[in-house]
Write a protein that binds this ligand. Structure first.
Ligand code: PLP
Length: 387
């Protein structure tokens, strides 16, 4: 019987030889650059840590297990993962991408991929929309669901059916839900990308990225690229992410429960005009999420009536920190217009709905009442100042 996800976060399914690593319960950090060979033409299985390192390999096996893939690759950041992924394509290839993506992904595409010769069309990636924009040179479709930061939801299975028929690679950035809540390969995606910095690491202490696939030819190309380019995750960082993953299930459940409470409370505030959280019945993507995911996650995007209220909230919170990033145990409040999406052209930002009243809250695992009290105190201070 297949083990359940909570167990799979803690244990690798595959049997291990407990004599290896002296029976260490916590997988060792192999902090070594190179490996001695027993003799000419012989190898321990490891030669040089740019190519592979046991700690990184262990993490990759764990990620492949969680995402239901055959191969996973651990990289130095989510952006390193996207950069490696884009090396699968050639100048002249066309890629269709979601218009609302993580700001760094948009920057990489605009300033690195396009000058290299990739043709990119950004649009709202509904199946009909994508189908209407497929060209002769289209090679892939790249989406996030839910998107960062507008929480747009795409039907993964519907798009997968279309991309398979058209012979396109289908790539899903699964950062916002983690494999605990969503496994896109099961729904027909070919490659999953992650910022491991977020929920997988979970403690705002390590930067990492992943690519996971269930296609042998893609895995082979990625393995070659990774060892050649040299952006594999170092051993200590690999160990930190491995440790983070052990509590992934607990953290995802708690953060989501908190997010639901905070989203409902925000909806009741007169200073707040919109609360965009897929767990709320008002979210248009909720029915799709109920089909394709096992949870709604813990990222809430909301808008205040005025920019001053938004900025006042950022300045006024005490427990919650005003910082970029998401998916950690600490609750963070982000102002996408000047932080995560600062390098996205203003007109693109506006079109995507990222106004100067838009805030993104990554709800952590603290006590929900404490979080709400912190937000309330910041709003109340604002009111006093304007009274
Ligand atoms: C943060 C993030 C990335 C980038 O990952 P890094 O680890 O910061 O390089 C990519 N996609 C999404 C959805 C993200 O939130």
């Amino acid at each position: 019987m297949a083990r359940k996800p909570e167990t799979q976060c803690v244990h690798l399914d595959a049997e291990r030889d407990t004599k290896l690593h002296y029976g260490a319960v916590s997988f060792p950090i192999y902090q070594t650059a190179t490996f001695a060979h027993p003799g000419p033409g012989e190898s321990t299985g490891y030669d040089y840590s740019r190519l592979q390192n046991p700690t990184r390999e262990r993490l990759e096996e764990h990620m492949a297990q969680l995402e239901h893939g055959t191969d996973a690759f651990a990289l130095t950041s989510g952006m390193a993962a996207l950069d490696l992924l884009l090396r699968l394509f050639r100048p002249g290839d066309h890629i269709i991408m979601d218009a609302d993506l993580y700001g760094g992904s948009i920057r990489l595409v605009d300033h690195v991929a396009k000058p290299y010769g990739l043709e990119v069309t950004s649009l709202d990636c509904s199946r009909e929309n994508v189908e209407a924009h497929v060209q002769e040179n289209t090679a892939a479709v790249y989406i996030e669901t839910p998107t960062n930061p507008m929480m747009n939801v795409t039907d993964i299975a519907a798009l997968a059916e279309m991309t398979r028929r058209s012979g396109l690679l289908f790539i899903v950035d699964n950062t916002f839900l983690s494999p605990y809540f969503q496994t896109p390969l099961d729904l027909g995606a070919d490659i999953v990308l992650h910022s491991g910095t977020k929920f997988l690491g979970g403690h705002n202490d390590t930067v990492a990225g992943f690519l996971v696939t269930n296609k042998e030819d893609i895995a082979e190309q990625l393995r070659f690229l990774l060892k050649t380019v040299g952006t594999g995750l170092p051993p200590l960082d690999s160990w930190l992410i491995l440790r983070g993953i052990k509590t992934l299930a607990l953290r995802m459940e708690r953060a989501e429960a908190n997010a639901m409470e905070v989203a409902e409370w925000l909806s009741s505030r007169p200073e707040v005009t919109d609360v965009i959280y897929p767990g709320l019945p008002s979210h248009p993507g909720r029915p799709i999420m109920e089909r394709q995911a096992r949870g709604f996650g813990s990222i809430i995007t909301f808008r205040t009536k005025t920019p001053e209220q938004g900025k006042g909230l950022l300045a006024g919170v005490q427990l919650i920190q005003f910082a970029e990033s998401l998916g950690g145990v600490e609750t963070l409040l982000t102002y996408p217009a000047t932080q995560t999406h600062a390098d996205v052209p203003a007109e693109v930002r506006e079109r995507n709905g990222i106004t100067d009243c838009t805030l993104r809250l990554s709800v952590g695992i603290e006590n929900a009442e404490d979080l709400i009290a912190d937000l309330k105190a910041a709003f109340d201070t604002l009111e006093d100042e304007h009274a």
